[in-house]
Design a protein around this ligand. Structure first.
Ligand code: PGU
Length: 413
């Protein structure tokens, strides 16, 4: 006979049901939808033309090499991670001939993808930096304010996007950062700004650099899309190299989730460009004290894969070609969606879809229109109207265009 479960009072009775994450929750809802026509363009994850998750061939090759190398073991990595991986990551973002690297002013540590790298950097700043405020762009990736807040920094914002022009509000950005106190931390998206797909031009970056350096602020770059914006790793590192090359200090969080397709492997790096070699050494000793009680040491596998690709000329070249292919496919999807909306005569100017850069299109759809599209068409989009162009294919573009057309023509803004 089965015994009745005993219901005892819980110490957690007072807990409220927490809301789903606005991005990850979209994938959860998508997974539960039984519709055969469902489409997930919520999360920023690259899909191949067949709409399937994509593992680059170089990653498979690197994994085979690692598997066949019987000299490898499963011992703990150092607290700062795989030294081959951190060295190669620093070169990838700062460049082979980077003065900061040559002067040994950079401390790079392996962290848990982009999120973990930003978090470790934020914890470090909350503990050791004189200013406890970070300025983030409006809008920005939804996790940014939370990461900095839980690390103990005060989060303030600066103007970034102009919803009328669907471009950069450069004047607003300069105005807000000018009005901010000297010395504060400023979060910048290195390239392919999420969610807007709007990046400053080279000249605008120089203007931002002048302002930030003039006010002795600390730039903190989030680089989650190197190679995804233009298809070219060097071009996409322009902003970071500009700041790292001027002699000043900056932080850079790198993620290999998108550009190497290593999402769930959690591969990333935090680089702290310091004023001198001796400061960089002390910074490294202190960042170890942050990491050790958080997760002790980082995982082995993903970083070994990335290091294998970055450290082998043949694999590296294959990866570059692959990146160009992914970026080109996204650009093609932009063109197709734009053409499909124009062909339907969908009201509004949709040229921003082809002008925006990177993985996302910030469509301008309202949250009511998004809810309508999800409800009627089973197409999953984040509520801010951001569409992951990397989730589309030649086959699915017309379906999305149709859904947008009907939403825009029938749902009031
Ligand atoms: N920074 C930016 C600007 C991002 O867009 C993302 C991922 C990250 C950092 C963190 O990525 P890691 O996986 O930790 O390296 N944003 C995606 C993925 C889903 C999510 O929100 O984590 C997105 O869809 O916005």
């Amino acid at each position: 006979m089965e015994s009745e479960p005993i219901s005892s009072p819980s110490a957690f009775q007072h807990l409220m049901q927490a809301p789903e994450d606005p991005i990850i929750g979209v994938t959860t809802a998508f997974s539960k939808d039984p519709s055969p026509v469902k489409l997930n363009v919520g999360v920023g994850a690259y899909r191949c033309e067949e709409g399937k998750p994509y593992v680059p061939q170089v990653v498979r090759e690197a994994e085979l090499r690692l598997l066949n190398d019987l000299s490898r073991n499963k011992e703990y990595l150092p607290i700062t991670g795989n030294p081959q991986f951190t060295g190669l990551s620093a070169k990838l973002i700062f460049g082979e001939d980077s003065p900061a690297l040559n002067q040994k002013r950079v401390c790079t540590v392996q962290c848990l993808s982009g999120t973990g790298s930003i978090r470790v950097g934020a914890e470090f700043l909350a503990k050791h930096y004189a200013h406890k405020t970070v300025y983030i762009p409006i809008p920005t990736w939804g996790n940014h304010p939370t990461i900095f807040t839980v690390a103990g920094l005060e989060v303030k914002s600066y103007t970034y996007y102009d919803s009328n022009t669907r471009g950069l509000d450069y004047e607003g950005l300069l105005r807000d950062l000018n009005a901010a106190p000297s010395g504060v931390v400023v979060l910048l998206h290195a390239c392919a700004h999420n969610p807007t797909g709007v990046d400053p031009t080279a000249d605008q970056w120089k203007g931002i650099q002048k302002l930030i350096r003039g006010k002795n602020m600390l730039p903190f770059f989030d680089c989650a899309y190197q190679g995804f914006a233009s298809g070219n790793l060097i071009k996409d590192a322009f902003s970071v190299r500009l700041f790292a090359g001027d002699g000043g200090e900056c932080f850079v969080a790198q993620s290999y989730a998108k550009n190497m397709g290593l999402y769930g492997e959690r591969v990333g790096a935090l680089s702290m460009v310091c004023g001198s070699e001796s400061v960089a050494k002390r910074v490294e000793s202190q960042v170890k004290l942050i990491i050790r009680p958080l997760y002790s040491t980082p995982p082995i596998h993903g970083a070994a894969v990335a290091a294998t690709v970055l450290g082998d000329r043949e694999l590296f070249n294959e990866w570059k070609a692959d990146l160009q292919g992914m970026a080109d496919r996204i650009i093609h999807m932009r063109q197709l969606l734009h053409e499909a909306l124009k062909a339907r005569g969908t009201p509004g100017d949709w040229s921003h879809i082809i002008k925006q850069i990177g993985m996302f299109s910030f469509t301008g759809l309202t949250k009511e229109q998004v809810a309508f599209i999800t409800d009627k068409f089973h197409i999953y989009i984040t509520f801010d109207g951001r569409v992951s162009m990397a989730g589309l294919s030649v086959k699915t573009v017309p379906y999305l265009a149709e859904a947008i057309h009907i939403a825009v023509t029938t749902v009031l803004e």
